[in-house]
Write a protein that binds this ligand. Sequence first.
Ligand code: SF4
Length: 701
Amino acid sequence: ALAVPDKQVESVCPYCGVGCQLTYNVKDNHILFVEGRDGPANHARLCVKGRYGFDYAHHPHRLTVPLIRRPEAKKTGDFVMDPAHVMDIFREASWEEALALAGGKLKQIRDTKGKKALAGFGSAKGSNEEAYLFQKLVRVGFGSNNVDHCTRLCHASSVTALLEGIGSGAVSNPVMDVTKAEVVIVIGANPTVNHPVAATWIKNAIENGTKLVVMDPRKSDLARMAHRYLQFKPDTDVALLNAMMHVIVHENLVDKDFIDSRTIGYAELEKNVAGYSPELMAPICGIDADTIRDVARLYATSKGSMILWGMGVSQHVHGTDNARCLIALALMTGQIGKPGSGLHPLRGQNNVQGASDAGLIPMMYPDYQRVDNAAARARFEQAWQLPADTLDPQPGLTVVEIMHAIKRGEINGMYIMGENPAMSDPDVNHARESLAALDHLVVQDIFLTETAYLADVILPASAFPEKTGSFTNTDRLVQMGRQAIDPPGQAKQDLWIIQQMAQQLGLDWQYPNVGAVFDEMRHTMPNIVGITWERLEREHAVTYPCRKEGDAGESVVFTKEFPRETGRARFVPADIIPADERPDADYPMVLITGRQLEHWHTGSMTRRAAVLDAIEPDPVALVHPLDLAALGGQPGDIITITSRRGEVSLYARADDSSPQGAVFVPFCYYEAAINKLTNAALDPYGKIPEFKYCAIKVVLG
Ligand code: SF4
């Protein structure tokens, strides 16, 4: 019989950006089961990850003691992890010794090679307070802005386009607004898999009459329920979206009042889309001209149209251009600034919105205040009690740029908290070689990840249910995650570790509790300054903008003006830029990477959750049945996929959601690390890699 819990703790799901509230049912420091709570984003619903993905916290692989690399254990990028021989590589150490080595060596590199010889990756798996303190440590303790996290790999291009066009990188409306929309477009996103509870709200809206349009090269589960499904060719987003805008202009479906009173730059946009007629674009994007017209009319003329998008839009060398087109569609039709309309880039990790807001990015302090703006620098120097002109005025390097800088010998030491770039970076063989080439790598994590395997010092950290902190979901909802259990062994809470590292770097940081970190953070962030820790403890969740204590918070924004200097949004035209690496005779197919329902990101947590691992235990590639037949293969056969950068072998699964000629592979399987194949080419604006398109060949066996 199921044990009876001795306590219940109200918290938030650690996985996707939907931010479902849940209850941990605990007995004897052990989570027995999880239930959904009536939170604003989930109303007691949970998906399979939220419901069953908790027992990773109790897994025997948890790091419970600091580890130091043995001097004879050389680092190499082409390692194969061998759990049986971990102690041949590392030895156990006391916290005192590990911290002295971890922080002391970083300090030595800073003092001998310069401030820019160090870099740090924080994590969207951590809380707002952890993100804030980590970026402060890099900016103040390291002395540069070389700090980034996985937003660079998911929505950096969307955020770049949104900041440029409408002055805010966050969503305009919550997911739940789909229930008020007449038309919903989902493009480049697979919410049933990646934001499952959000997908249930979309499905409920369809049942109540909302018309769903799915645009995606991959036929997702939602596409099967859509009013219109546009299976456009991979890499042709701009062609399709510009053709829709051409129709809207040509048929005078624009909202002229909105354009005149609330935007700038429309004339250039109109001129640009004139060359993108549906007839011209149809052969490029693979959608016939009449369908493009129908969907453009449907979107433009409804009382409320909402666009939700994901990494199918953002993870391209033209990811920023893709997002610019979506923003332009909303602006030219006035489909923003009111309930049931707007723009919603679905955030991937549970705190990728909050970590970005808290400044875990190289070009901006908390609340998107630019590091190269003298007034912003002065504000943070004052807030952090630093002498004038202390902070570095130059934006730092992004995730992939840091890997290149290591290879050039310009970055020699890194501190990585909760990220796993040895699995998640594009062209991961290159990333692993870079990490192995560091003079000093400190990794703070809960498991011996592929990245930790290359570390000089490993600091055992706390899992999500072992600490208290705030997290910001995709809807701009700041929510409270509460500690339910204690960390195992000598593992410590991340905020404590960051402060210990700060002290090793000469900073006398001693925050009495997590609320004190939040309080300092909110006073540097005008958008959340009205949210107090006490209110979060009381109400569990508060939406921002919340600029005064007691404000309700705004779930729908841009109702009167956009947060740009002029108060007006800006159109930015986009033209077609092809993928960096197109198929050819040697590599005739296309690789698309992403996630699957049961596993999360690089799999370090969900593959150690018993139920989730039981459902999806093995690495699979989703191949169109006709492509599999052409290879002479059957479902379940082993195939080998090769790109110019590497190869992996894994099981083939026949799946007609993948278009013919394209193979989809989740990136969570260490034994078939698909990022060995992906292309590190970057979008020039958002610096996001092109995970959604590279050339491959596939053979049986
Ligand atoms: Fe967790 Fe997202 Fe699933 Fe909700 S939808 S339970 S936040 S993974």
